[in-house]
Structures are given as structure tokens and as C-alpha cells.
Design a protein. Structure first.
Length: 196
């Protein structure tokens, strides 16, 4: 039986992947953090960038696991506003600039998920449109003071306090949180994880 491994230290991705098993006591996975260079390459589209990172995380996770009995899942999420990729804020000023730019605007959240068993690698890209309400400077500063924006792409978490700013979404909610559930189940099915 193949061991499922999540190559991510994100507690949100861990919670989402656990949902894929529908509470099946046989369903389980190991977690390991795969560190890769997340630099954007010149001329690389946002779509290509996020898919490459997901694949590299899965491959790095497989190398770290070191055994051939695993299917490793990697995922990455980016926020894109007017063609510009918004990563995790470097500091509070950066978070303020990102949130000010997102205020009242519609942006894209792109999440890529990749699975590999060393022989085959499959990936999917899911894009969700997110509409923010207008934010006052007071809103932004109060949110930054909670610390929540600091480790999130685009400086907000939809599943946390940042959800207060989301007027509407068009697409997958779980993908915005960090792991598209339908597509993840589909990929695991295709790569034939015995646990699914």
C-alpha cells in the first residue's frame, strides 16, 4: 500500500487533506516540510510559476521521504492582482500596501496541486476570483495588528479574520484556503493511492 505524504507544513492544508478521507479510519498521511526556492523566474506566467512550485514541492518531498512506497502531494497558492503576484508580506508596511491594493478590487487566487510517486507526476491548477469590499485604513491596521496577514499570500486568510473582507468568490473556496478538495481527490484517484 502506498503511503500518502503531504509536503507542506501548513496547518490549513493538513486540515483540508484530512477531509479528503471522509473520516475513513484507514485514511492517513504523513507530513513533512519540503523547502524549495520559491523565486519567480523572469518571463514566467503566474500560472506556470504556481504549478512549478507545487511540482517542485512534491518532488522535494519525495526525495526527503527517501522510500519508494509513497505518493507525495505538494501545493502552492498565490494571489494575483492586475497581473502582479502578491506573495507573503515581507513586513507590516508590505502587508498594508497589499491590503490597500486589494481593497474594493477583484483578484485571482491560483492554487496548484501536484502528486508524484516518482514514476508519474500529475498536477492541476485551480483559479478562483475573489472580490474584496472597500477597506478603511483603520480596518487594514487593525487586521495587521492581529498578525494573521504575515504568513499568508496576498496578506489575508479567507478562513480567518480576513474572511470579513471577502464580498464574494467565484470558484473553489478550499483552493483559496490552500488545497482544492475536488481536484485533489481526483488526482489521488488517478495516481491510485490505495487509501482513497
Amino acid at each position: 500500500m502506498m503511503q500518502l505524504v503531504l509536503a507542506s507544513s501548513s496547518p490549513r492544508r493538513r486540515e483540508l487533506l484530512a477531509q479528503v478521507g471522509f473520516g475513513d479510519p484507514e485514511f492517513g498521511f504523513e507530513v513533512l516540510a519540503a523547502d524549495i526556492d520559491e523565486s519567480h523566474r523572469a518571463g514566467e506566467t503566474a500560472e506556470d510559476f504556481v504549478v512549478r512550485l507545487a511540482i517542485e514541492k512534491a518532488s522535494a518531498g519525495l526525495a526527503l521521504w527517501g522510500k519508494s512506497d509513497a505518493v507525495v502531494l505538494g501545493s502552492d497558492t498565490i494571489v494575483v492582482l492586475d497581473g502582479e503576484i502578491l506573495g507573503k508580506p515581507k513586513d507590516e508596511l508590505d502587508a498594508k500596501q497589499m491590503l490597500s491594493a486589494l481593497s474594493g478590487q477583484c483578484h485571482s487566487v491560483m492554487t496548484a496541486v501536484a502528486v508524484t510517486d516518482g514514476k508519474q507526476t500529475l498536477s492541476r491548477l485551480v483559479e478562483t476570483k475573489v472580490q474584496f469590499c472597500g477597506l478603511t485604513e483603520e480596518d487594514i491596521l487593525a487586521y495587521i495588528a492581529t498578525g494573521e496577514p504575515m504568513d499568508k499570500a496576498g496578506a489575508y486568510g479567507i478562513q480567518g479574520l480576513g474572511g470579513c473582507f471577502v464580498e464574494s468568490i467565484d470558484g473553489s473556496y478550499s483552493a483559496v484556503v490552500g488545497l482544492p478538495l475536488v481536484e485533489t481527490r481526483n488526482l489521488l484517484d488517478k495516481i491510485k493511492v490505495a487509501a482513497i
